[in-house]
Design a protein around this ligand. Sequence first.
Ligand SMILES: [Fe+2]
Ligand SMILES: [Fe+2]
Length: 318
Amino acid sequence: MSDKFVPQAFCIGQFSVLELKTASHKKLITGVVKIAHISDLHISGMQDRRQLGFLDRMLDHFNTEGYDHLVISGDLSNSANPADWKIIREKLVSHGLYQWERTTVIAGNHDLINLEEEMRFYNALNPLQRVRKKAFDRKVLEFCVFFQELITGEEQGNKAYPFIKIINYSSVKIAIAALNSVYPWYPADNPLGARGSISAGELRALSHAHALASLSDCFVIGLCHHAYKVYGTDSPIDQAFDWTMELKNRDEFLGVMKLIHARLVLHGHFHRFQSYGVNDITFINGGSFRYNPNCYSELLIEGMGSCTQKFITLPVKT
Ligand SMILES: [Fe+2]
Ligand SMILES: [Fe+2]
């Protein structure tokens, strides 16, 4: 983290709230905060050269266009391999984006669950659900510690979800409230590892009076990996697909997003670039960088009352 940006960190209950007091000089001129959002990179080793080339181009573009913050909403890696997290980290470092005030990342199911291992290996070795849950919790913590500089701003800290990141810009104070929606693999309840659920403890922590007080004067952006809405049609095929991908307790999640007065919720997982409204909240699906590495979501926030969002497509690289 640069000397200029020193976040003020404090913990509430089981989670951390970090606040950056310093506004960037550029904001004094424009007043508009520019946030870029990508998701579902599914990076799979250094041999994934073409995709990594696209990532270099996208990160270059974010710098050229003067984005203040980048959000990556999970599935950075394809098979929960920390070597792939490292590739992403090095890309962010090389583009000057591996800084707490510049980038926020969360984990997706592909960062925490290696389906093949679960089915072939862990299931046989760990027949007990609670043993597998403990292994899963260790993996969540491993991810958060790995990317700790982007989460709490600490190096080698041990904090995980939920976390709130507050950054003061001259025109607006933005809070990103992040929750883990990845649900452990279970043979009957989550056979593909793609269903989501947010723990009651995380939802409770974010509903705590201290959390609400810290968010009271902020433009609040919720963040999790899973979609609130998948297909939602009456077709049996769509419904079966929805079941494998859904956020199980989406209504409780929505209740907490309303409570914290989230204006936007960013997510990924369901590989579609889309935005949709639920009550007064706009959900933005960052799509999949894997399947369209030329597209991203742009948010322009100017003050508490003004936000515009659009998907931007870069010229196709041949
Ligand atoms: Fe994905
Ligand atoms: Fe996912």
